[in-house]
Design a protein around this ligand. Sequence first.
Ligand code: MG
Ligand code: MG
Length: 256
Amino acid sequence: MLFAKGAAVRSGADIAKMRKAGLVVAEMHERIREAIRPGVTTGKLDRVGRDVLARRGATSNFLGYASPPFPAVICASPNAMVVHGIPSDDVRLDEGDIISIDCGAVVDGWHGDAAFTAPVGEVDADLLHLIEVAERSLEAAIETMIPGNRLGDIGNAVETVAREGGLSVVEGFTGHGIGRAMHEAPNVPNQGVAGTGLKLRAGNVLAVEPMLVLGDAEVELLDDDWSVVTVSQDPAAHVEHTIAITEDGPWVLTRA
Ligand code: MG
Ligand code: MG
């Protein structure tokens, strides 16, 4: 999705409403993390997410999204799958896999969106490195999210941490503004030149989502029209938070 305009500026009251959606997403993450183990299916993980949404009176911004309509409340993308994996009772996680989970929630019309990558049981050290660097790249990006900095600072932070960790950045997919819709202006790239691009303002709320690969980051779309995988079959990590830029610094709305 391409946006020509800048990011919406939200009031403190509206950001507080987005925090409610963010906390539901955080709870989905927590419950799904607890359920990840060798032998679990990604279909089961989707049901864990649905349970949290129902219990909190929230709805899914993933279910029915786009065309063909996404059929689940989480994306579950194992190993070489980067993003947008469709959960299924036929996809069983094995010891040594990694799994990326992306999900969102809507509360009173306000959206949250976040993702994490987790190991399944015991995994190789290089996969733990992949996850750790991806998480660090997101934290570095979040630190740049203060009024007066620029969009390019966010992407540059992701790219720099990825490169220093020996990882590749997936191109063609970005983060995004978020608010009354899951995807709003602007796109938030995972690459950029520091000090360039849109100026960040207090009240902007952005979803930042590094997608990093241990190896070659060229990707392709599978026949289901959703699943994005690395052509190389090299493993990928995807981490994301919804973050409000405030005068007091970044507020990670999807962190418990
Ligand atoms: Mg997401
Ligand atoms: Mg997103």
